[in-house]
Design a protein around this ligand. Structure first.
Ligand code: IPD
Ligand code: CA
Ligand code: CA
Length: 302
């Protein structure tokens, strides 16, 4: 079995309720918000993680009940960008729960767009990441809920309803799966790494730089998976099943929660140039930290 960073470290408390005060092996390198900085107590931030967890688990239950048999499948930006009535129902359900808990917060959802734009804090939600898999009954998809405050990510929750894995993280407080502390893998070399990537719908008209990167990454690692779900890939990096992930042309809701998870699990995130990730730029390299430079180098290699 693969070694995790800090294997044997203290585990969290109950499901979706991480314990505080467990020092991370390494400080997060990019701005996840300090809850204290925003005048929000850790207890309050934990309350939000709990609410988001409840929303993600309920929405995940809905997805699990309908896998492989949505009633309507339509396309959005391209012929492979699918949406179903279950994506929309999941987002409505999540919105109801989050809004009831904290009416002042903004909400950016993939299906409904932005609400209350001026709010200091907003939820960033992908109600079903991996719709294409879901439609085909391929069991890799998840729910993703991030909380952003004053432009920095404060918390993230990703739920995989088929494996019943709830990933939670909040700024400075570590990352957890079903309440147990998780860490990125300790693998130090790209050559011994398992990677993941995704192809956005732009691939249909322009297959570079995707294929170029894929070829280089496949030749220089243990292999590259293409799961069809960004949020499951990011949760997998956070818990040490994968060493790295790269994709571009992503949306804020694909990234938001995963950024917090990976960093709080001791990993690193950046854009393809090694700079801080901007939610709206769509480019993400996420890794266990150790292989980050090698991953970035791959992107510039001819
Ligand atoms: C998509 C998935 C896919 C990624 C695409 C995303 P959706 O999200 O995460 O893996 O390659 O770029 O748009 O449409 O299933 O929510
Ligand atoms: Ca998505
Ligand atoms: Ca989606």
């Amino acid at each position: 079995m693969k070694r995790r960073e800090g294997d044997g470290a203290a585990s969290g408390s109950v499901l979706g309720e991480p314990s505080f005060g467990v020092p991370l092996g390494r400080a997060p390198r990019l701005p996840v918000a300090s809850a204290i900085m925003h005048g929000m107590s850790r207890a309050l931030l934990q309350r939000y993680v709990k609410v988001a967890s409840r929303a993600a688990v309920e929405a995940g239950g809905l997805l699990a009940r309908h896998i492989g048999r949505p009633r309507t499948v339509t396309t959005k930006r391209s012929a492979i960008d699918l949406v179903t009535e279950i994506d929309r129902a999941s987002e409505r359900l999540i919105y109801r729960i989050l809004h009831r808990a904290e009416p002042a917060f903004g909400f950016l959802g993939e299906e409904q767009g932005e609400r209350r734009e001026a709010a200091e804090c907003r939820w960033i939600v992908d109600p079903l990441d991996g719709t294409n898999n879901f439609v085909h009954g391929f069991p890799f998809f998840g729910v993703s809920i991030g909380l952003e405050c004053d432009g920095a990510m404060a918390a993230g929750v990703i739920y995989d309803p088929l494996r019943r894995e709830l990933f939670t993280a909040s700024a400075g407080a570590g990352a957890f799966c079903n309440g147990r502390r998780i860490r990125v893998s300790a693998t130090r070399r790209l050559a011994e790494s398992l990677l993941s990537t995704g192809f956005s719908s732009k691939f249909l008209t322009q297959d570079q730089p995707y294929l170029n990167w894929f070829r280089k990454a496949q030749r220089n690692s243990h292999g590259v998976r293409r799961l069809g779900s960004t949020v499951i890939s990011l949760a997998s990096v956070a818990c040490g099943r994968l060493e790295g992930f790269y994709e571009q042309d992503l949306w804020p809701w694909d990234l938001a929660a995963g950024l917090v998870l990976v960093q709080e699990a001791g990993g690193r995130v950046s854009d393809a140039g090694g700079r801080p990730v901007r939610l709206t730029a769509g480019q993400l390299v996420a890794s266990n930290g150790h292989i980050h430079r090698e991953l970035l180098r791959l992107l510039t290699l001819k």
